[in-house]
Design a protein around this ligand. Structure first.
Ligand code: C2O
Ligand code: CU
Length: 633
C-alpha cells in the first residue's frame, strides 16, 4: 500500500508550527512599523523594537526550518516576556523612558500585536510539550486548515501596520502665516477695559472625588460653577490648571474676540499643568450659554470640565420670578441634571413665573441623537434658542423639544395653582420598539430610571405617553419678522456635505467622519473676508444627527429640507442636522479670526468632522498635533 502517494511527502511541518511562526512574523511586522515613532521619542525604545522584530523574524524562520523543543520553549518564554512587559507599560508604566512610571495609552496596534503574541505563546508551549511528530500530513490539508488563520493574521497585521503608518499628525497649522496674513489671532483681543463692570472668576481645574469616583472638576464640582453675569459686563476668568494634563476653556456660543475663544492649537496653546491663563471678554449677548474645555474635548468634557454661563439682560434682572439652569450631562440613559443622578428639585410657588434654561451637554452615542425634554404640568413657551430670543412664542402643551449636544433652549411658564411641574426626558424616535420592550422585560436591572426635574410642591402631574408628545418645530414657531439675512445675495456660498466611512485615522481604525469627503485636518477651510454674507447649505449624508456648531458667530436658520422657515427668525450657534436632512443657514462674517466649525457630537468631531472658518489677513501662530500636544477635538 502506498502511504505517500505522489504529491505528498512526509513532513515535519505541522499546522501548529506554521501558525506559531506566522503569528510571530505578524508581531515582527508590527514591531517594525512602531519603530520610527519610538526612535523619535526615546532612542533605546526604538532600538529595542528593532532588535525584537529582527529576532522574531529569525526565530520564526528557524522554527520552520529546524523545529525543536528547546527553540519552542525559548520562544514561549520570549513572547510571554514581551506580553508581560507590555502589560506593565500599560498599567504602572516602565521605570525607564521619557516618562518613567507613567502608563502608556493602549491603542489598536499594541492590542493586536499582543493578541498575536499571546496566541503564539500558547502554541509554542504546545510545541514544546508535543514536538511536531513525523506523522505525514498532506500539504493540502495543512494549507486548508491554516488558511483562515493565515488570512486573519495577515489582515490584523496589515490593519495594525497601516494604523501605525498613519498616526496623528505631528504638527498642523489651520491658518499658517503667509504673505498678506498680517494679523495673528493672538492679537485679536477685545478693547482694553473701560468703565464697564468687571466680573472676576477663578476656575481651578483639578481631579476630585465625587461619589467615590475621580472626576475632573472646576472648583471641585461637576458641572463647574454657574457663572452669572450681566450683559455688557467685562468677564475675566482665570483658569488654574491642577490637572495632570494641559487644558483650556471655551465660551460656547458667545461672540467674543478670537484670542479668547479657548481652542487649543488654534487660538492658544493649551495651558500646561501647574499654570494659569486668564480669559477676558465683554458679554455682549444676553442669554443661556456654557463653557467647556476645548483641549482633547471629547475626553476632558466627558470627564467633567464644563459649566453653565448665563448672561442676564442689561438693565435689570430676568423678568421671571424663578430663573434656573437645567444642565443635562452624562450619557444617554444615564443623564444627570446639574450633577444630580435622579431628581433635581427646584422651588417654585403657585402662580410664579419660571424660566428654565436648558443646556444639552449629554455626550451622545455614535448616532449623535439629541435629548428631548418635555415639560409636563403647565403650558410653556420656548422663548429663546441658543440664547437668542424668539419672536412672539406661543404657549404649547407637552411637547418634545429636541436639543442636540451644545444647544440650549429657554422655556418659560407659570406654576399652576396646585401641584408640581415636571421636566422629563422622552425619546426622539417615538414609541419604544417591541425589541426594546423585550430587552427591558428580560433585563429589568438595566432599566435606569432617567433623571428628571420637579418644580414646586404638591401632587405630581399625570404623565402622558412622553414619546407620543408632538415634536417642537423651530421652523414654524412664533411670528415672522423681517430678517435681513433671510435671502440673498450672498458673498460666499458653500455646500457642506457631512459624511462617514470606515478608515484609519490618527493611528486607529475609525468610523471616519468627513466634511466634503475629507476628515480634519484636511477639510479645506471656508475663506471669508470681514463683512461678507455667508450662506451654508449643509447636507447630511449619514444616518446620524450632527449638531453643527460655529464658534464666534450666530447663524440664521433659513430652511430645513428646502422648506423655508415661516415663523420667528431662529438664531443659533449650533444647528441640529438630522439623518439625511439638509439645512440652510446664513451668517455675517463680522468677527475676524480663525474659528472652528464642527459637529458637537464629540465622538464625531474627534473622528474628523471639524473644519475652520478663516478670515483673510488672519493667521494662527499655534499648531495642533503630537509636537505641541494641542489636540482641539
Ligand atoms: Cu462647544 Cu467647539 O465647542
Ligand atoms: Cu456629528
Amino acid at each position: 500500500m502506498t502511504r505517500f502517494p505522489l504529491g505528498t511527502r512526509p513532513t515535519t511541518l505541522s499546522v501548529t508550527l506554521l501558525l506559531a511562526a506566522l503569528l510571530t512574523l505578524g508581531a515582527a511586522a508590527i514591531h517594525f512599523a512602531v519603530t520610527p515613532p519610538h526612535l523619535r521619542e526615546y532612542l533605546p525604545f526604538g532600538a529595542f523594537f528593532i532588535v525584537v522584530a529582527c529576532a522574531q523574524v529569525m526565530l520564526a524562520v528557524e522554527l520552520l526550518v529546524r523545529p525543536s523543543r528547546r527553540l519552542a520553549l525559548g520562544m514561549a518564554i520570549g513572547s510571554a516576556g514581551l506580553v508581560g512587559l507590555w502589560f506593565v507599560s500599560r498599567t504602572v508604566g516602565l521605570p525607564i523612558g521619557p516618562q518613567p512610571w507613567t502608563p502608556e495609552e493602549t491603542g489598536l496596534t499594541d492590542v493586536v500585536c499582543n493578541l498575536l503574541e499571546i496566541i503564539s505563546t500558547l502554541l509554542f508551549v504546545i510545541l514544546a510539550i508535543h514536538p511536531p511528530c513525523r506523522r505525514p500530513h498532506r500539504l493540502w490539508r495543512i494549507a486548508l486548515t491554516s488558511l483562515p488563520t493565515t488570512l486573519l493574521v495577515s489582515g490584523m497585521t496589515a490593519v495594525a501596520v497601516a494604523a501605525e503608518l498613519s498616526p496623528m499628525p505631528e504638527a498642523v497649522n489651520f491658518a499658517p502665516s503667509r504673505p498678506g496674513a498680517t494679523v495673528s489671532v493672538a492679537d485679536l483681543t477685545g478693547p482694553p477695559a473701560g468703565a464697564e463692570h468687571v466680573d472676576r472668576f477663578t476656575l481651578v481645574a483639578r481631579p476630585s472625588q465625587i461619589d467615590g469616583q475621580t472626576e475632573w472638576t472646576l472648583n471641585g464640582s461637576v458641572p463647574g460653577p454657574e457663572l452669572r453675569v450681566t450683559q455688557g459686563d467685562r468677564v475675566q476668568v482665570t483658569l488654574q490648571n491642577e490637572l495632570p494634563e494641559s487644558t483650556t476653556l471655551h465660551w460656547h456660543g458667545l461672540r467674543i474676540p478670537n484670542a479668547e475663544d479657548g481652542v487649543a492649537g488654534l487660538t492658544q496653546d493649551a495651558v500646561p499643568p501647574g499654570q494659569s491663563y486668564t480669559y477676558d471678554f465683554v458679554a455682549t449677548d444676553a442669554g443661556t450659554y456654557w463653557y467647556h474645555s476645548h483641549q482633547q474635548t471629547e475626553r476632558q468634557l466627558t470627564k467633567g470640565l464644563f459649566g453653565a454661563l448665563v448672561v442676564e439682560p442689561a438693565g435689570g434682572r430676568v423678568a421671571e420670578d424663578v430663573d434656573d439652569v437645567v444642565l443635562l450631562h452624562g450619557e444617554p440613559g444615564h443623564v444627570r441634571i446639574n450633577g444630580e443622578h435622579q431628581t433635581l428639585h427646584l422651588a417654585a410657588q403657585p402662580g410664579q413665573t419660571v424660566r428654565l434654561r436648558l443646556i444639552d451637554a449629554v455626550a451622545p452615542s455614535m448616532d449623535g441623537g439629541p435629548e428631548t425634554p418635555v415639560l409636563i404640568g403647565a403650558p410653556a413657551r420656548v422663548v429663546a434658542l441658543d440664547g437668542h430670543d424668539l419672536n412672539a412664542p406661543p404657549s404649547l402643551g407637552p411637547t418634545r423639544l429636541p436639543l442636540g449636544m451644545g444647544q440650549r433652549a429657554d422655556v418659560v411658564f407659570t406654576m399652576p395653582s396646585a401641584g408640581s411641574v415636571e421636566l422629563r426626558l422622552a425619546e426622539l424616535r417615538g414609541q419604544t420598539t417591541a425589541v426594546q420592550n423585550t430587552i427591558a422585560t428580560l433585563f429589568p436591572g438595566d432599566q435606569q430610571p432617567s433623571a428628571f426635574v420637579s418644580l414646586g410642591d404638591g401632587a405630581a402631574p399625570d404623565l402622558p405617553d412622553l414619546n407620543a408628545a408632538p415634536l417642537f418645530d423651530a421652523t414654524q414657531y412664533g411670528r415672522s419678522t423681517s430678517d435681513p439675512l433671510a435671502s440673498g445675495p450672498f458673498d460666499v456660498e458653500r455646500q457642506i456635505v457631512l459624511g462617514e466611512r470606515g478608515g484609519i485615522r490618527d493611528g486607529a481604525t475609525q468610523l471616519v467622519h468627513t466634511i466634503d469627503g475629507q476628515a480634519s485636518p484636511n477639510v479645506p477651510p471656508l475663506e471669508v473676508s470681514e463683512g461678507q454674507r455667508v450662506h451654508l447649505h449643509i447636507v447630511n449624508d449619514t444616518d446620524e444627527f450632527h449638531p453643527m456648531h460655529l464658534h464666534g458667530h450666530v447663524f440664521h436658520l433659513l430652511a430645513t429640507d428646502g422648506q423655508p422657515i415661516s415663523g420667528s427668525p431662529v438664531l443659533l450657534d449650533s444647528v441640529l442636522v438630522g439623518p439625511r436632512q439638509t439645512v440652510d443657514v446664513a451668517f455675517v462674517a463680522d468677527n475676524p479670526g480663525i474659528w472652528m466649525f464642527h459637529c458637537h457630537v464629540l465622538l464625531h468631531a474627534g473622528m474628523g468632522m471639524m473644519m475652520t472658518i478663516n478670515y483673510s489677513g488672519v493667521y494662527s501662530p499655534y499648531e495642533m498635533g503630537t509636537r505641541s500636544r494641542n489636540i482641539p477635538e
